[in-house]
Design a protein around this ligand. Structure first.
Ligand code: UD1
Length: 417
């Protein structure tokens, strides 16, 4: 298992380009199943999750080739309807094949995703949505078994604006008979992307990006080509790194309009931030000011930036409060940050971070994608050496992250073991 060796402290300087968005790409890859044809996706990052989704599609009979960031998917030969446990357990988003398989082929068998490091993460809303559309759903031997002659449009009210459930319901509803309305739909940019791509394939969708999405079912979805948006969480991660290290970083190929809540909090920390349509120039303060944060659904502060923001606040000039509203247990990075000397007290879903003058390098363990990027950030400012183990988590969601940090002046290297 590879690890990262980081020597701090450092001040990041220079330019970094953001890769395509993992969470926008995964639904688009699954949506190719709806077309039964040849789809092309551009700006595809070379991530472990990309390879996992390619493997899953391959198991279903859908071949794909990734070359120079362009993914060509041939969905004309779907021959299996089962997403096996071995793949689903490494990537929960495997459940995205459920909606398209049922909608186009009338059947799907997908291993039930388990919990994860930060909580139970249920999929009940995905299943409720598909049931409401007329699918017969049973759980047997740890698998979701879904069947339907034909899906029928209906009104679905989500009790939580779940990204995953919204994705699955949209993909199922585009081929259903009649009109589906999703109330309290997720408003994340990844949903808008999915709707836009499906619309180029002839889908009839309105209201994406709002809480009410209306879908008129069509007979078929034509193969589509789409360029994936830049990753907003990677953008936020580099912006946070610039602030924490008191550096000056120009983030290019990004969408500042997708990270307004993050920009707002980093500005409150004392950062100077200048944005254009596709660039973000972030200059960190000598030392961050404390800020209070509550995570929430888009456009609120993203839970996927909570760990990185906590790393920033570890060195703040005072106490900050972080309330995790989306995943109340998502604090696996806290004991690791404490190993560097951070002062963090967690009570339920609330963390109080009391800024310290300095952090000290230590051996650390990555626990999930975003928690691991927070450990890198903290390692960049900790004095001395930090070794981060289990970095396969970070490879799931960040493309060439160490190369990007090295280019910005960090002393970080990958140790192959
Ligand atoms: C997606 C992102 C993940 C991010 C999360 C929240 C992908 C591949 N992953 O995950 O990085 O952290 O959004 O922004 O895009 N819920 C239910 N029942 C369900 C589904 C969800 O109760 O059936 C709850 C969850 O427990 C959570 C909330 O809804 O509290 C949001 O989860 P959801 O938006 O579904 O997250 P994911 O789509 O799994």
């Amino acid at each position: 298992m590879d690890s990262f060796l980081i020597r701090g402290p450092c001040r990041l300087r220079g330019e970094v380009a953001v890769s395509g968005a993992k969470n926008a790409m995964l639904p688009l890859m699954a949506a190719s199943i709806l077309t039964g044809g040849l789809c092309t996706l551009e700006n595809i990052p070379g991530l472990r999750d990309t390879r996992t989704m390619m493997k899953l599609l391959d198991v279903l009979g859908v071949s794909s080739i990734l070359e120079d960031g362009i993914l060509t998917i041939d969905a004309s030969g779907v021959s299996s309807f089962e997403a096996p446990y071995d793949l689903v357990r490494t990537m929960r988003a495997s459940i995205y094949v459920l909606g398209p398989l049922v909608a186009r082929y009338g059947r799907a068998r997908v291993s039930m995703p388990g919990g994860c490091a930060w909580g139970p993460r249920p999929v009940d809303l995905h299943l409720k949505g598909l049931k409401a559309l007329g699918a017969d759903i049973r759980i047997d031997h740890g698998y979701i078994d879904a069947r339907a002659e034909r899906l029928h449009g209906t009104e679905i009210v989500l009790s939580v604006p779940s990204v995953g459930a919204t994705v699955n319901i949209i993909m199922a509803a585009v081929l259903a008979d009649g009109r589906t309305v999703i109330e309290n739909a997720a408003r994340e940019p990844e949903i808008t992307e999915l709707a836009m791509a499906l619309k180029t394939g002839g889908a009839d969708i309105e209201g994406e990006g709002t809480s009410r999405i209306t879908i008129e079912g069509v007979q078929e979805i034509e193969p589509f080509s789409h360029r994936v948006i830049p990753d907003r969480i990677e953008t936020g991660t580099f912006a946070a790194a610039a602030v924490l290290t008191g550096g000056a970083v120009e983030i290019v190929n990004c969408r500042p309009d997708h990270v307004l809540a993050v920009i707002d909090k980093l500005a409150s920390c004392g950062a100077k931030i200048e944005a254009t349509e596709s660039t973000l120039r972030v200059t960190g303060p000598e030392r961050p000011e404390p800020v209070d944060i509550g995570t929430g659904f888009y456009p609120a502060f993203p839970t996927d930036m909570q760990a990185q923001m906590m790393a920033v606040l570890c060195l703040a000039r005072g106490s900050s409060t972080i309330v995790e509203h989306v995943y109340p247990d998502r604090f696996t990075h806290v004991p690791e940050l404490r190993r560097l000397g951070a002062r963090i007290h967690v009570d339920g879903s609330v963390a109080v971070v009391t800024g310290v003058d300095r952090l000290e390098g230590a051996p650390l363990m990555a626990t999930d994608i975003r928690a691991s990027s927070a450990l890198i950030l903290a390692g960049l400012v900790a004095e001395g050496e930090s070794k981060i183990l289990r970095i396969y988590h970070i490879d799931r969601g960040y493309e060439c992250i160490e190369d990007k940090f090295v280019k910005l002046g960090a002393d970080i290297r990958r140790i192959k073991e």
